[in-house]
Design a protein around this ligand. Sequence first.
Ligand code: FCB
Length: 511
Amino acid sequence: MTTDIREAPARMPETSSRAFPKDFLFGAATAAYQIEGAAHEGGRRDSIWDAFSRVPGAVINGDNGDVACDHYNLYRDDVALMKSMGLQTYRFSTSWSRVRPDGGALNVEGVDFYKRLVDELLDADILPWLTLYHWDLPQALQERGGWTVRDTAERFTEYALDMHDALGDRVNVWTTLNEPWCSSFLSYTAGVHAPGHYSKGEGMLAAHHLLLGHGQTVKELRARDESLNLGITLNLTVADPVDPTVPADLDAARRIDGQFNRWFLDPIFRGAYPEDVLADFRRVDAAAAASLHAAILPGDLETIATPIDTLGVNYYHGELVGGSAPAVPLTGGEAPTDRRGDSPFPSTEGIFWHDRGLPRTPMNWEVQPEGLTRLLVRVSEEYAVPAGTSLFVTENGAAYDDEPVREDGVVRVHDPERADFVRLHLGAILDAVDAGVDVRGYFYWSLLDNFEWAWGYEKRFGIVRVDYDSQERSIKDSGREYVRIIAERALDGGVYGDAGGSTVTSDATGA
Ligand code: FCB
């Protein structure tokens, strides 16, 4: 295993440098199903992702998380690697299917794995940042309706309290859900994530029950221990209209913002679903909207709005949308699987994605760091500051087509595009800080190359390369660059001052 990071690339010429706030935390993120493997070890049973991976055509190459990065067995080495890189915090998720297999009784062996992992992190002086749900619902619960039924929210809180019983003395930061937009609309409406259903109504119900599970878990954990840092992570976007003077373009941007951002931010911070989106839902599918309405019981929105300490923002790219089709149709960033993928947006008719000539990664995601600055300013002003909630960027990263080379017996990955991506987005965060936003930390996605959901192992996001045959880890050049930034707690000056500028060239993105 390569853990020698002393050969970090030479420093860039220093004209001036921009320092990060004193307490800013640098970390990296992963998720249980994407890295752990050991799918049938230690009493773990199927999650919806194990089942979905077996559906013909659902995941590229028929890949699955059976082995993944074998982190379940290699976690000690992985923590040592993080320590050698100077990471201050590590965001990981616990697997419900390991802790309460089939959603049933507690599995002590499963809980013990997380105890060992957390102890290892604490020994290495790395702050554990625990996420309770990163999409891996026990399959047995899906067979009872999954997130479309209210009972799943109850079961989620039960599992969360088990985790707190086991780790409450050692873990302070608790995130309930990762990206509930994905585990509702992308999973139950678009059909591209597990369980792969195609129903507008199911997506709406799933989103509500996920949020309910979040709110009641925050309430219960808070009642147990006032000192916990409790929060949720949302994937948010910046939807720009093609022409801000054209009503149809503005409406397209409003609907994307509404269904992606405000559908989650508003109930969490304001205790209400956005009226305009509810009206859109009624218009496109009255029956689905009626069943959502029936599922929102008195008190639910108050529960969902239980105050949180931390909002995690995941940002990968923005979007340019309009009411008329571009000359050349732009395909989304979905995995080209053999299975059909519908739109994740219930109100999708008449919305078209446009290209604004920004560099794109091989996922076909545009590289738009300036969007992150605007997003942080907006979320801070409209939601976080009024609620007294702290902001962290809990995911941001890029997949590139890495080519490993062996140099002097060491595996190296020269990935300047990813290193630029990291610098540009850290620069965008500093721009937000300069604009007065209190951003407290950054987690690169991901520490390791891993199972990228419907993309399987095809797409690599890691700052550490994983050779899936040998399980050898090798820090990529981007990882070395991140190590250097963490050590200096500053970005070199000049290049990053202009958040709109990009050092990523389009021919370097492979787009
Ligand atoms: C996010 C997910 C994460 C990973 C990245 C690329 O939406 O939270 O698991 O797939 O995208």
